[in-house]
Design a protein around this ligand. Structure first.
Ligand code: OMP
Length: 273
């Protein structure tokens, strides 16, 4: 039986530090690496990132959209990369931002099942259909020791338009955070809960109460979107289990594996500083 995702993440962060590196093979990055914008290019890009970083960073976060662009052969490259990354000791957070009615959500969450061709440790999900619609994913995560990261206060400039909307006394973002807090509380004690939220490192101020969340906070928006390690220190209490995630600002250093490792190490140093 796989240990719960939260416990596995806590162990990985202790051993390797909190940095998550996103695998986002943009067409422009592939070109910069001298690779074709097709399935072979994706496979070579993914293998290079995995080979350089899966032995040292806690979490790798492949972005599904870049693989879907190239159909079944793109997805095959991702399946291979996910398996290789996990075999090398990294946790894999599949960034798919899934969200749908219960029966469909159940199918989306199947990617957390061991034996799935793209079996991942955790999945990003969108709460737009209502937090209750995510329940099948919560159930699947619990059954298989998987994790979920729910979009709460995202890093894009327009995010507040919906996420600041009020539901009674609370913002939509706060309702999402409170829902995730409830899932972790149901699971009880542990070093860290398996259910996290996404809160961008780009926020002008932290406008959600994360106290007692009991799970991790994925913080994107570093580097290319303007967020910095200082922003993380400004926004988050030291008690918050922040998992900072960087894609382009590390990937642009490739394809040389030593340069990729050095770029990730620079972020790790800034985060530790
Ligand atoms: O869930 C995410 O990972 C995510 C949430 C969010 O609020 N903002 C955000 O940028 N992301 C993802 O994080 C990555 C950011 O990439 P860079 O801006 O290149 O570091 C992309 O894959 C985005 O899809």
């Amino acid at each position: 039986m796989t240990a719960p995702f939260g416990a596995r993440l806590a162990g990985a962060v202790t051993a390797r530090g909190p940095l998550c590196v996103g695998i986002d093979p943009h067409a422009a990055l592939l070109a910069r690496w001298g690779l074709p914008d097709g399935p072979e290019g994706l496979a070579r890009f993914t293998d290079a990132v995995v080979d350089a970083l899966a032995g040292t960073v806690a979490v790798l976060k492949p972005q599904l959209a870049f693989y879907e662009r190239h159909g079944s052969r793109g997805l095959a490259a991702l399946e291979d990369g996910v398996a290789r990354a996990r075999a090398a000791g990294a946790l894999v957070l599949l960034d798919a931002k899934r969200g749908d009615i219960g029966s469909t959500m159940d199918a989306y969450a199947d990617v957390l099942r061991p034996g799935h061709p793209m079996a991942a440790d955790a999945l990003t999900v969108s709460p737009y259909l209502g937090p209750g619609a995510l329940q099948p994913a919560v159930d699947t995560a619990r059954r298989h020791g998987g994790g979920l990261f729910v979009l709460a206060r995202t890093s894009n400039p327009d995010a507040g338009t919906l996420q600041h909307a009020r539901v009674g006394e609370r913002s939509v973002a706060q309702l999402v955070v409170d829902t995730v807090r409830g899932w972790n509380a149901e699971d009880g004690a542990g070093p860290l809960g398996s259910f996290g939220v996404v809160v961008g490192a780009t926020l002008a101020e932290l406008d959600v109460d994360l106290s007692g969340l009991g799970g991790p906070v994925l913080a994107p928006g570093l580097g290319a979107q303007g967020g910095s390690a200082a922003d993380l220190r400004r926004l988050f209490d030291p008690a918050t289990a922040v998992v900072p995630t960087v894609s382009r600002d590390v990937l642009a250093a490739g394809p040389d594996p030593a340069a990729l490792r050095a770029a990730a190490a620079r972020w790790a140093d800034r985060l530790a500083g």
